[in-house]
Design a protein around this ligand. Structure first.
Ligand SMILES: C[S@@+](CC[C@H](N)C(=O)[O-])C[C@H]1O[C@@H](n2cnc3c(N)ncnc32)[C@H](O)[C@@H]1O
Length: 462
């Protein structure tokens, strides 16, 4: 089964040093070891142990037992707080480890001893400091703004005396401001129609510092990290019907969404410059990645690196930048990797979803005569197309008869993001295919066709 899953996935999904890269969590073992987890495990017809991902209590108990079993950590969060998935969160930690080990910028600390990180918005779950300290011996400051996050992050640190000395929890912003913000959120004004409440809330939120004014004089760090509030409203956050990881408005929502939040980190970084060797953040939407990179160039960073975290049916990105002069040429990964182009469909009609995107993709290629194999379980279509097929799609008859008539194989995968947003990715089997140019043009054409057919405000023929 493990092999099948590997073959179905378009790319590596998990960092090779991730504890779960070779062996995903064993629910049956965890259930027999931890009686509190046992009631959440059931067996599907194929005999595989499963949990109900839409049950918050099940996902929280899974996180609790995984942290205990595999990391020796005691952990808990109150009902409704954002519940982290341990394998996914570990990927971000290992990517930062790669950045610190890389020689893109000079390493002041070749042995990686005394690494010190800053987790912006550590949450009640305090997951990054707990994982970073227990897996890699990193020291951390974890910041947050809400009372509940600060109180529970502290509790989670104190419950683990073996690492408690390594983690400091710090409030960002003055108490009064935060209390006011929490109160507004608690009253639901983030979703309210009252413009006044909304404006007060936004002003209040935007006044909370992120890095400047939270750092102490002369403090330096090897890196900062952040899983920002991704959304502009709880409606936008929606609730992924396939999982229930909780998440309160304070955790999920901020004015301007993740783009505004990360832009503020960028602005702070432009003032703090080399106080951090690496600034990093998670990014939930690929479209935001482009404008953030643009902003980074504007503030004069020396390096930008990006990565992609493919996590089941969800994609996230990581962005990192630095003001330290690089040892090597500036690189920006994956943005330049043409073998795996991607685009995001935004505003997909309410009645359409990833499945419609998949079917439309199949008929797009099939209409040219290319051979297509639809794989519904992994949401992808495998395509084998000749030059003639690709030229037919591009309506380029002249080119069709030029040169040799080789063929090319590629896969188009579809990932449902939040409701209304679908990510489409291509992966070419052989980078050196003589048809890689046509493949990229066809991929651009696919983007146009799907947008016209399935996205609101674009339909010319829908
Ligand atoms: C998406 S949650 C991330 C929680 C946790 N790090 C995780 O990955 O599960 C975002 C967190 O950022 C916090 N936050 C919002 N504004 C902040 C600010 N100005 N400074 C620090 N934290 C902030 C929220 O309270 C929330 O706990």
């Amino acid at each position: 089964m493990k092999n099948k899953r590997k073959r179905d996935q378009p790319q590596a999904t998990i960092h090779p040093r991730n504890k779960y890269s070779e062996k995903p969590p064993d629910f049956a073992l965890l259930a027999s070891t931890y009686p509190s987890f046992e009631p959440f495990v059931f067996y599907s017809r194929d005999g595989r142990p499963r949990i109900d991902w839409t049950d918050f209590n099940a996902t929280r108990e899974l996180t609790r037992v995984l942290l205990l079993h595999d990391h020796g950590l005691n952990w808990w969060i109150p009902d409704g707080q954002l519940c982290p998935t341990v394998p996914n969160r570990s990927n971000y930690i290992h990517w930062i480890e790669d950045l610190l080990l890389s020689e893109i910028i000079p390493r002041p600390n070749p042995c990686q001893d005394n690494v010190r990180g800053f987790d912006i918005g550590t949450g009640a779950n305090c997951i990054y400091p707990l994982l970073g300290a227990s897996l890699l011996g990193w020291r951390f400051v974890g910041s947050d703004v809400t009372d509940v996050a600060l109180e529970w992050a502290e509790r989670n640190v104190r419950s683990n005396p073996q690492i408690s000395e390594m983690i400091e929890i710090r409030r960002a912003g003055c108490h009064a401001r935060c209390a006011q913000t929490e109160d507004s959120f608690a009253k639901g004004s983030v979703n309210s129609d009252s413009n006044v409440d909304q404006r007060n809330l936004e002003e209040c939120y935007l006044e909370l510092p992120i890095l400047c004014d939270v750092l102490r004089d002369g403090e330096t760090f090897d890196f900062c990290m952040c899983n920002p509030p991704f959304f502009e409203s709880m409606e936008e956050a929606g609730l992924n019907p396939k999982t229930s990881c909780g998440g309160t408005p304070e955790e999920m929502v901020c004015p301007g969404g993740e783009k505004a939040f990360i832009s503020r980190i960028i602005e702070d970084s432009a003032k703090l410059k080399q106080s951090f060797r690496w600034y990093t953040s998670m990014v939930g939407r690929k479209t935001n990645l482009k404008s953030l990179i643009f902003k980074l160039r504007e503030v004069g960073v020396t390096i930008v690196k990006t990565t992609e975290f493919v996590q089941g049916q969800t994609c996230r990105w990581g962005i990192a930048w630095s003001f330290v002069p690089p040892v090597k040429r500036i690189v920006s990964t994956h943005v330049s990797v043409k073998k795996n182009p991607s685009f995001m469909l935004q505003g997909v009609h309410r009645q359409s979803g990833a499945f419609d995107v998949l079917q439309s993709t199949e008929s797009f290629f099939r209409s040219s005569g290319a051979s297509c194999e639809l794989n519904i379980s992994s949401f992808c279509v495998d395509i084998s197309a000749s030059k003639e097929h690709l030229c037919r799609i591009l309506e380029d008859n002249a080119k069709c008869h030029e040169g040799d008539s080789g063929s090319t194989n590629f896969r188009i995968s579809v990932f449902q993001q939040i409701p209304g947003s679908v990510l489409v990715k291509g992966s070419l089997q052989h980078k050196d295919s003589s048809l890689s140019g046509e493949y990229l043009s066809v991929f651009d054409r696919l983007e146009e066709v799907l947008k016209d057919k399935l996205c609101r405000g674009r339909s010319s023929n829908a």
